[in-house]
Design a protein around this ligand. Structure first.
Ligand code: 4AD
Length: 476
């Protein structure tokens, strides 16, 4: 009853408080400051209330005692309320720890926006025991957590570091369209829609557009959303993902792999050299160490032999592509043969055993996209033609990069459309690249969420996107 009568007023005799963000408080120690944020944690001990405040730039311990802890608002304060706190920033007492090494001794404060208690309380909506589908529906609230927000902060740093590395290699950033009328990676995974009465698709890859930039912009890259209508409910497939793609002219296949390796290693080095991002990596993936260079390179043909030597088999399929089952209903397992796709499970076991990043290169042409440069005929093997293609595989995640050299000849490309059953008409602009001064070139695409899953040791790419989309999920 007493507490309801206490009305706080800011003491006009105190020095004017400086408004500041939590992440920039250190130089303001000993001074009076004003911060706003969300109540991230809340605990009371005797007559003292401890708030951990959060507003994106960091966490701040705030101590309320005496009158400021006795108001009605203080006694009914709830997690996730927004508050304005004013007080003196003090180093934490000897033997105690707090984020940033300091705490705010509050002399005035108010609630800006309360959050409900009771049944509607934040921790009743969402907690560690919430099941995955609830977590997905409540992604907007999950984002308030320490882990989810750390992943997204690291993601932001990762994108800037990638951009810095690419720019330092003389690549120029461009922004290709998302609404397109051509396919890049196969018709089966296209999202089709009605575009003013015409068929159009959500882009699968910006590669073809990047290729058109080479003659005047030089080597280019983009960071763009790609869309795949894949009915894959795996921990590394999204329906929409952030695709970092680059294209380079006058290179050979070896240069391409060396470039990919350099960009990845330089990006990781930049992240580790920055104390804030190094801290995020440590928090999320304490055992992370930068990968050693050069990366292992293994040809597809050698990988098939390696899988067989290690007893890693795959499910047998009949002519229609259905899994062959035995009498017990178990899938029949068989050795790999040249020409087989190396499926996700086998790929994952391989990277887990080898435990290092590796390039798998030289895939059979029939497994890869129409535009890929063929290896010389002398390299053919058992009737298979191979391509100058490479996937970069990371332990724990599998493929994070797919790249290749591209066909340079017009006739060869026209034949490739035909073989794939692609109408060349809508590709006239892509074909023109071979008509007006062709060049040896190649490029790659890196899945940002997959890269982040590797870096931050996340179980699934769904944790690595702001609002992940997978089959059936487009909410929130
Ligand atoms: O191997 P992909 O399909 O290659 C391309 O799209 C090329 N046109 C890129 C290029 O050369 N410019 O995709 C490249 C990468 C994959 O290695 C993977 O990391 C990511 O994109 N990716 C996905 N990430 C999340 N969910 C999906 N459904 C993905 N599909 C591909």
């Amino acid at each position: 009853e007493e507490s309801k009568k206490i009305v706080l007023v800011e003491d006009p005799a105190l020095p004017v408080a400086k408004k500041a963000k939590i992440g920039h408080l250190e130089p303001l120690r000993g001074q009076r400051v004003k911060v706003s944020g969300w109540v991230h944690r809340l605990r009371s001990q005797k007559d003292i209330i401890f708030i951990v405040l959060r507003e994106g730039t960091g966490y701040l311990q705030c101590v309320l005692s005496g009158n400021v802890a006795q108001t009605y608002e203080a006694l009914t304060l709830t997690l996730e309320s927004t508050v304005l706190l004013v007080g003196t920033l003090q180093p934490v007492p000897e033997g105690k720890t707090a984020p940033g090494g300091h705490e705010l001794v509050v002399d005035f404060w108010k609630v800006l926006g309360g959050a409900p208690g009771g049944d509607e309380a934040f921790t009743n909506r969402l907690n560690e025991k919430s099941d995955p589908s609830i977590m997905a529906d409540l992604r907007h609230l999950v984002l308030r957590g320490e882990t989810a927000s750390a992943v997204l902060k690291l993601r932001a740093a990762l994108m800037s570091s990638f951009r810095e590395s690419l720019v330092s290699h003389d690549l120029l950033e461009v922004t290709p369209p998302c609404l397109v009328q051509t396919q890049v990676e196969g018709g089966a995974t296209l999202f089709k829609f009605n575009y003013y009465g015409q068929d159009a698709y959500l882009t699968q890859s910006s590669q073809l557009y990047l290729e058109t930039c080479l003659p005047s912009l030089g080597d280019v890259f983009c960071v763009q959303e790609s869309f795949r209508a894949e009915n894959s409910h795996t921990r590394r497939h999204l329906s929409e993902y952030t695709h970092l793609e680059a294209e380079l002219a006058f290179i050979d296949f070896n240069d391409l792999m060396t470039h990919i390796e350099a960009i990845i290693c330089e990006t990781v080095d930049k992240l580790l050299a920055n104390p804030t991002t190094a801290g995020l990596i440590k928090q999320l993936n304490p055992n992370f160490t930068a990968p050693a260079r050069p990366f292992l390179r293994m040809s597809y043909v050698d990988a098939i032999a390696w899988l067989n030597e290690h007893g890693i088999q795959h499910e047998a399929e009949d002519a229609e592509g259905n899994v062959v089952k035995d009498e017990q209903g178990n899938a029949k397992m068989v050795d790999h043969a040249v020409g087989d796709d190396i499926a996700e499970a086998a790929e994952r076991r391989m990277t887990d055993i080898l435990g290092v990043p590796m390039f798998l290169y030289g895939f059979p042409a029939e497994l890869k996209s129409f535009y890929m440069k063929r290896m010389p005929r002398e390299e053919a093997h058992g009737g298979h033609l191979f391509t100058e293609s490479c996937d970069l595989l990371m332990p724990g995640v599998g493929e994070i990069v797919g790249g290749s050299m591209r066909m340079t000849g017009q006739d060869e490309l026209l034949a490739a459309y035909k073989k794939e059953g692609i109408d060349p008409a809508p590709y006239y602009w892509f074909t023109d690249q071979r008509k007006y001064g062709t060049c040896e070139h190649g490029g790659y695409g890196l899945g940002v969420e997959r890269f982040l899953a590797w870096l931050a040791n996340r179980f699934t790419v769904r944790e690595c996107a702001l609002y992940p989309r997978w089959p059936g999920r487009a909410t929130p």
